[in-house]
Design a protein around this ligand. Structure first.
Ligand code: NIG
Ligand code: FE
Length: 415
């Protein structure tokens, strides 16, 4: 039996006693449960016990490896519920175009953007994609991410979309980190379907989705429902076809406009609707009546220089929110969740406690993993961050641009 005992933890952060807790909303989000001077006992990949040092069961000392965390904090790893980390190349040229004043939509209209990534990916072998994605995966694991969702969507034809999903499947098989796969064939209308977009929707519904479901290559289905990308009706059609095949929705919505994406996502019982820079009262009302997790991607708004989503209003209205990195070559070329927490506090004006809960328990829910991940709870996966010696948890989002992580454990194994 593999066991490890972590002792003298200055603060054990992010405790939830109830393994059936799904997510935190509204005022609940500002409560972060902590034990000062704590121990944590890990057995067979799972959190087996924790408590105050003075209450420790002495038998643990005899039967386990000991890790002395004097002066350090322990918290659950981040869950990153929205990434596109399988891609063929970076897009630094567009970065420069943006600096010179072009918008994300202008770059896309000029054949850049997602279509640029698709062209490159179609020419790249599955092995090469697997190698580069593996490197990115290891990079984010070292930065404290302990569960991740990865999307397709840079293939934009049946063969290349399947190629991407096979890469994600190989990552699932070869890495200890839990991964969820999302099919995003409706990321952009490919060039050769420009004047017959309905044929591309048919291709997604009749060809891609059935094959993906038959090979069990995806857990979720995504659509970029926004101005200039996919309409509400197209989104509805794709999501209902996906649901019939057992794929729940997790969609891109309301990044560029009040697109109706949030409403069509909720109507289709989406697990999460993501981006939400354009969210008002009407959208909040719809979300309040749903079990759909509003997921905010502040590094995208930061990188593109667009307005940030109204996180404060959402939480104050009683909603939950989750946070994710959106790691992708076009709008967020970083998967550093530590920076996401800083941005959330600084730019979304949410409290450190709210940011922690948004990036852990609520983010776990946004990828269907709240029973296994997202909090310090007996029976959940032992996926934890051991920080460097710092004063308290607020230091982490405060000291932006660095991460102060000493060690990361994912399912009982140090990364
Ligand atoms: O989440 N908004 C749509 N998709 C990605 C960007 C993809 C890209 O530009 O390559 C996003 O921001
Ligand atoms: Fe995205």
């Amino acid at each position: 039996m593999d066991s490890i005992l972590i002792i003298n933890i200055k603060q054990l952060v992010g405790i939830q006693e109830n393994i059936n807790l799904r997510y935190l909303k509204g005022k609940e989000m500002s409560v972060l449960n902590i034990i000062e001077n704590a121990f944590l006992y890990v057995e067979n990949e799972l959190i087996a016990d924790f408590g105050k040092m003075e209450d420790i069961n002495l038998e643990y000392y005899n039967s386990s490896k000991i890790e002395d965390a004097q002066g350090k904090l322990v918290l659950p790893t981040w869950c990153d519920s929205h990434t596109h980390l399988v891609f063929a190349g970076y897009r630094q040229n567009e970065f420069v175009d943006k600096i010179k004043g072009l918008t994300y939509e202008q770059i896309a209209a000029n054949g850049g953007g997602i279509l640029n990534s698709a062209q490159l990916l179609q020419k790249t072998t599955e092995d090469d994609l697997y190698q580069s994605a593996s490197r990115r995966l290891v990079e984010i694991m070292k930065l404290g991410t302990g569960a991740v969702e990865i999307k397709s969507g840079y293939g934009l034809d049946t063969v290349s979309e399947i190629k991407m999903l096979r890469v994600i499947k190989r990552l699932k098989e070869n890495f200890n980190i839990p991964i969820k796969a999302t099919f995003l064939g409706a990321h952009a209308v490919p060039q050769n379907f420009k004047n017959r977009r309905e044929d591309y929707i048919t291709e997604i519904v009749e060809k891609m989705l059935p094959q993906i479901a038959a090979e069990n290559l995806a857990d979720y289905c995504d659509v970029f429902c926004d101005r200039g990308f996919f309409t509400i009706d197209e989104t509805d059609k794709i999501l209902s076809a996906a649901a019939k095949l057992g794929l729940q929705a997790k969609i891109h919505a309301n990044e560029l406009d009040f697109s109706g994406g949030i409403q069509v996502g909720v109507k289709n019982n989406a697990l999460s609707v993501d981006h939400l820079e354009c969210t008002g009262k009407e959208e909040i009302e719809v979300l309040l009546k749903s079990q759909t997790m509003p997921t905010l991607l502040p590094s995208t708004a930061f990188f593109l220089g667009i307005d940030f989503p109204p996180a404060r209003l959402m939480i104050d209205s009683g909603l939950p929110i989750s946070l994710a990195s959106d790691y992708n070559p076009g709008s967020s070329p970083s998967g550093n969740m530590n920076f996401i927490l800083s941005l959330a506090c600084i730019k979304l004006k949410i409290l450190p406690e709210e940011a922690f809960n948004a990036a852990t328990i609520n983010a776990a829910y946004a990828m269907g993993m709240e029973k296994e991940s997202g909090s310090i709870t007996k029976g959940k996966q032992a996926s934890i961050i051991i920080t460097e010696k710092i004063e308290n948890y607020t230091y982490l989002p405060y000291a932006f641009g660095n991460h102060y992580i000493d060690k990361v454990m994912i399912r009982g194994e140090f990364v």
